[in-house]
Design a protein around this ligand. Structure first.
Ligand code: FAD
Length: 371
């Protein structure tokens, strides 16, 4: 009899497995339908020996010292500040849009925050009520920058025009008046020195944790004896889609290894105007690996396939609330992580959510004793 069955070996499931096993001495079985641990953060050395990310680039960044310290138990870190360029009008320009982007695009020499702010003010269009992604961007930087940087990219990524998407989608994309070209501004910006999978291996390496891969929850839910369940898969799947499917946007990845050391100047290049793919990642920028070859991932958005991004529309939030009510009514089942709570979370947020869930479990059931 396991104390816990944990469905999903991503951040949500693995953090909880580690906490329950080491802090309480609980016996835990972690299952995953995939043939590997680490969920979407899974990385591996490909046939050429280049460390790459199977499910697209994962860059760790957080403002939470608690999350950073917790993960530091399982990995050393490599400092890495992510930079992204967008190919626009034949040039590679920094995103988020910053002073350099505007100077290069318009042949200007703006030299202060105030000058850039004043320039953007001349471009911005007044919008009465900000409801959609288009409204957010047009009201901040104007229609021309919106068309060049956001419209095509968003259409590719979401399959709909930004005017039909909730404002929250582009609210995440800041615009800067400085020359700061870092993609993230968080306090802690690092990559796990030996990769994510190695970090997960260390997290799950405990006598009380058993792992079963290639195993779907539905296959084993009636056969494996367990007291309590942590579910990190899709919440609508757990309830047999009884209220319908929660809509997701999916992705296809094309991984390519080139027989040359470098392909592009930064880790990620976005293609808002041309090409079928949204972006190209070159992993050696992220990992710091030295190798004569280089591996890239071309990322294509898709309407069907593995669930990746919850589609942020009001009707979907209402549908999720129905599943959330069912989840709340379940006894001895915890729903944790991006799929079980139908929300786009960064890795650090999922770790934070899992640690908070552990504290709630501790409060509800006092521990047997740690190991
Ligand atoms: P997952 O990692 O998805 O783990 C869930 C696991 O459950 C999966 O392994 C799945 O196989 C398994 N599972 C599901 N259903 C079942 C079932 N029925 N039976 C058995 N197993 C099941 N975050 C960042 O912080 N920085 C980034 O740069 C970043 N980049 C990203 C890029 C892309 C393309 C995507 C899609 C996400 C990115 N994220 C990034 C977000 C990050 O991937 C998530 O925060 C993280 O993976 C969430 O962990 P999780 O455990 O909730 O889910």
């Amino acid at each position: 009899m396991f104390d816990w069955l944990i469905v999903g070996a991503g951040f949500a499931g693995s953090v909880l497995a580690e906490r329950l096993a080491t802090q309480r001495g609980d016996k835990v079985l972690v299952i995953d339908k995939r043939n590997h641990i680490a969920g979407n953060a899974y990385d591996r050395h490909d046939a050429a020996g280049v460390l790459m990310h199977q499910y697209g680039p994962h860059i760790f960044h957080t403002n939470s010292e608690a999350v950073f310290e917790y993960l530091s138990t399982f990995t050393e870190w490599r400092p890495y500040e992510h930079r992204v360029l967008a190919q626009v009008d034949g040039q590679l320009l920094p995103v988020p849009i910053n002073r350099t982007t505007i100077n290069k695009l318009y042949g200007l020499h703006l030299s202060s925050d105030e000058q850039v702010e004043a320039f953007l003010a001349t471009q911005a269009e007044p919008v009465q009520e900000i409801r959609t992604s288009e409204d957010v961007v047009v009201s901040r930087v104007g229609r021309e920058l919106y068309e060049k940087f956001f419209r095509g990219y968003t259409r590719k990524q979401w399959g709909v025009d930004p005017s039909e998407l909730d404002k929250s989608v582009t609210a995440r994309v800041p615009t800067r008046t400085s020359e700061d070209d870092r993609y993230f501004t968080d306090r802690f910006q690092y990559m796990p020195a030996q990769g994510y999978t190695r970090m997960f291996e260390r997290m799950l390496n405990h006598a009380n944790i058993k792992i079963m891969l290639n195993t779907r929850f539905e296959e084993v839910r009636n056969f494996i004896p367990f007291r309590r369940l942590i579910f990190t898969g899709p919440v609508d799947e757990f309830f047999g889609f009884r209220h319908g499917h929660l809509p997701y946007r999916s992705l296809r990845f094309k991984h390519v290894t080139l027989d040359k050391p470098w392909h592009q100047p930064v880790g990620v290049v976005n293609y808002p105007q041309t090409e079928d793919y949204t972006r190209v990642t070159e992993y050696k920028h992220l990992t710091g690996q030295e190798h004569q070859k280089t591996t890239l991932t071309y990322e294509y958005s898709a309407s069907d396939g593995e669930p990746y991004y919850p589609v942020p529309r009001p009707e979907n939030a209402i549908l999720y609330q129905k599943y959330e009510a069912l989840a709340d009514a379940e006894e001895n089942v915890w729903f944790v992580g991006r799929l079980a709570t139908y929300r786009y979370y960064n890795m650090d947020q999922v770790v934070g959510q899992a640690l908070a869930t552990f504290r709630r479990i501790e409060a509800a059931f006092p521990a047997k004793g740690g190991t």
